[in-house]
Design a binder for this molecule. Structure first.
Ligand code: C2E
Ligand code: CA
Ligand code: CA
Ligand code: CA
Length: 279
């Protein structure tokens, strides 16, 4: 048993060390990535569940490192938050999304499409964010309701009292505000009512077991009625099957997003797809 423990310790030390080295590598490489424009955005379509119309998309950041290859956002965003680089990266995401809205405005099929961007807690806490967003959109001639801001449920519920006024300011500026990964944190229902939120994005973990699992379906139904009674729209994330689409449509979901309906695509592919594959 002693021997096993030693092996176990050794194993953990080693994996911790590997992880630390990986974090160091990412931290170092992130500086270069910003300077050398290694990031790009992909856009995943969002459809009206009721009409099937393409109404928006979510911008997701991508990073292909020249030597390491693809590094997923789940891995580097948290590093960027820890080393203070998330503001610069987040600002790049904002700028690029606005540039994209301007380009799409010239294309009839995409001229009214909305882009949702993911905001980190660091950006939410930045008091200058809203004025900057407003100024940038004005300069670009883009209406604020074409840009939706997503905050994870965890971020929404941390600092909840403070967030009520932050969110009021965001909405007063004309931006829609979505709660991402809904159901994975611990939403206080009392707060949900106080927050001026526009959209609940139901996490994939609740969508996956639909329609076979009765419990999951009951939860998914409860979330729609909760959202609608609070005057919020509800999005199902991670939709992967036709049965799910059918079920979610019948349950009254507003919007659908997932691989079954469309993968995240580079801007050019998104345009091509919108013009050809999408009726
Ligand atoms: P998220 O905001 O919850 O984004 C949804 C994730 O689910 C994306 O992963 C998307 O590619 C994936 N996804 C969408 N539909 C399906 C599906 O049908 N099946 C499966 N298995 N997955 C699906 P991705 O792009 O790897 O992003 C992971 C997370 O990284 C995001 O989760 C978000 O929290 C974060 N992230 C991505 N881009 C940004 C960004 O620009 N800024 C910030 N702060 N975070 C970002
Ligand atoms: Ca998101
Ligand atoms: Ca999500
Ligand atoms: Ca997520």
């Amino acid at each position: 048993a002693k021997r096993d423990e030693e092996n176990l310790c050794h194993f953990f030390d080693e994996s911790m060390e590997t992880r630390l080295m990986r974090t160091k590598l990412i931290e170092h490489a992130l500086h270069e990535a910003l300077a050398q424009n290694q990031f790009f955005l992909v856009y995943q379509p969002q459809f009206s569940a009721q009409t099937g119309a393409l109404v928006g998309c979510e911008a997701l950041i991508r990073w292909i490192h020249p030597e390491e290859g693809f590094i997923p956002p789940d891995e580097f965003i948290s590093v960027a938050e820890h080393v203070g680089l998330i503001s610069a990266i987040g600002e790049w995401v904002i700028d690029e999304s606005i540039r994209q809205l301007v380009r799409w405005r010239e294309m009839p099929v995409l001229k009214n499409i909305r882009i949702a961007i993911n905001l980190s807690s660091v950006q939410l806490e930045d008091k200058t964010l809203l004025d900057r967003l407003q100024r940038k959109l004005k300069q670009a001639g883009v209406a604020p309701d074409l840009l939706e801001l997503e905050l994870t449920e965890r971020v929404v519920m941390t600092d909840a009292a403070e967030n009520v006024s932050r969110f009021q300011a965001i909405r007063a500026h004309g931006f829609d505000l979505a709660v991402d990964d809904f159901g994975t944190g611990y939403s206080s229902l009392a707060y949900l009512q106080k927050f001026p939120l526009s959209v609940l994005k139901v996490d994939k973990q609740f969508v996956d077991p639909i329609p076979d699992d009765e419990g999951a379906c009951a939860i998914a139904n409860a979330i729609v009625s909760l959202a609608h009674s609070l005057d919020m729209k509800v999005v199902a994330e991670g939709v992967e099957t036709g049965e799910q689409v059918h079920w979610l449509y019948r349950a009254g979901y507003d919007l659908l997003q997932g691989y079954y309906l469309g993968r995240p695509m580079k801007a050019e592919d998104f345009q091509q797809w919108a013009l050809t594959d999408y009726p």
